[in-house]
Ligand binder design. Structure first.
Ligand SMILES: *Cc1c(COP(=O)(O)O)cnc(C)c1O
Length: 357
């Protein structure tokens, strides 16, 4: 499929772009274009195009607005010293998008079309990729049911799009450990549910818990297992790791209620490469608490594309407070290694980087 390009009527001026890139923030400014591919049950995927960024005209009865038939991905593009724009493991995002699609009864998008949609957008809006420390162009592919129909069934018309937004450091400024609120009133996912799909509904369901966290002065929410065994699952949008004094990494196993983070998988690989033992298993709050107390657990961190790797400073579970050491050495070292690969300053042993433009 070849992408049709429409010239942009009013592109952002070079001066305005410089202003935006000087302090990009996160998810507030969007590039001049968007990649679009439409799907119908009769015709399949077609009409691939790069068009000017702007509001979408949607019928008020569009299924996504009523039944949330929607999925998305999140990735970053980095400007390397060779002038190229690279992204990290995009085929993994393509595959995960399709696993989410199957769960949400949306059509699967051929992997090569997914990659092409990124290449087309990033080469068109190449000037928007920032090159400051910790900065990148955040790419947001998403797919939604656009058919106007109020009956409950998978939609026969779907739209896939990619938007892009210059991104600074996710939690702003220096690497500071985050405070986490343990959600006791709400769970994120249950067996057989949609927890392993990257779908908006999981986020909608996490917002009330996030409100509680914010009210308690915390940055993020930690969700526990749905069976009330006090096992940790993940944050609203990041996976969790514990580091032990004897150089092991512990992270909750993927049991269908946790999102399979690509950062998570990459951290596991990098840890194994350096000879660390990685345990993917059930881990409870009690084990975390006891480990901090007796010194067997030395660090905790969260990971995901947006914030890469962020140390967890403390955990608030009602009256109980579980405090980790500030920013641990292992956390910092894995973070540096991963960022090195992504930004092109470190060796890409696993061939994870893909040149987009
Ligand atoms: C996207 C996401 C993650 C992190 O996945 P990455 O591929 O590492 O960015 C973790 N948890 C949830 C719920 C997510 O939606």
């Amino acid at each position: 499929m070849t992408f049709d390009h429409t010239p942009h009527p009013t592109p952002t001026s070079p001066e305005r772009l410089q202003e935006i890139l000087a302090s990009p923030g996160f998810g507030t400014h969007f590039t001049d274009h968007t990649s679009v591919i439409d799907w119908t049950a009769e015709g399949g995927w077609g009409d691939a195009r790069v068009e000017p960024y702007g509001p979408i005209s949607l019928d008020p009865a569009a299924a996504v607005l009523h039944y949330a038939q929607e999925i998305f991905e999140g990735m970053k593009a980095y400007r390397h010293a060779d002038g190229g724009i690279y992204t990290f493991r995009p085929l993994e995002n393509a595959r995960r998008l399709n696993r989410s699609a199957v769960r949400m009864a949306l059509p699967e998008l051929p992997e090569e079309l997914f990659i092409e949609s990124l290449e087309e957008l990033v080469s068109t809006d190449k000037a928007w990729v920032p090159d400051g420390d910790g900065e990148a162009l955040y790419l947001r592919p998403f797919m939604f049911a656009s058919e106007a129909f109020l009956g409950v069934r998978p939609a026969n018309a779907v739209s896939y799009r990619v938007i892009a937004s210059p991104a600074g450091n996710y939690f702003g400024g220096e690497l500071k450990p985050v405070r986490i609120w343990v959600s006791r009133d709400y769970i994120r996912a249950a067996p057989g549910g949609t927890g392993a799909a990257k779908t908006g509904g999981n986020y909608a369901g996490s917002l009330a818990a996030q409100q509680q966290a914010t009210a308690k002065g915390c940055d993020q929410v930690l969700f526990l297992d749905p069976l009330r065994e006090n096992a940790i699952e993940e944050l609203g949008g990041m996976n969790v790791f514990l580091v032990t004094a004897d150089n092991r990494l512990i992270t909750p196993a993927l049991t269908g209620t946790i999102l399979e983070g690509i950062t998570r998988a990459s951290v596991i690989q990098l840890a194994k490469d350096r000879g660390m033992q990685v345990e993917e298993r059930q881990v409870t709050l009690e084990e975390w608490d006891a480990g901090i107390t007796d010194g067997s657990i030395t660090e905790a961190f969260a990971c995901g594309t947006a914030a890469v790797i962020t140390p967890i400073g403390e955990l608030l579970d009602g009256e109980r407070r579980i405090a980790s050491a500030g920013t641990g050495e292992v956390t910092l070292s894995i973070r540096e290694e991963l960022l090195g690969i992504q930004t092109g300053t470190g060796e890409d042993r696993h061939g994870w980087m893909h040149r987009l433009a």
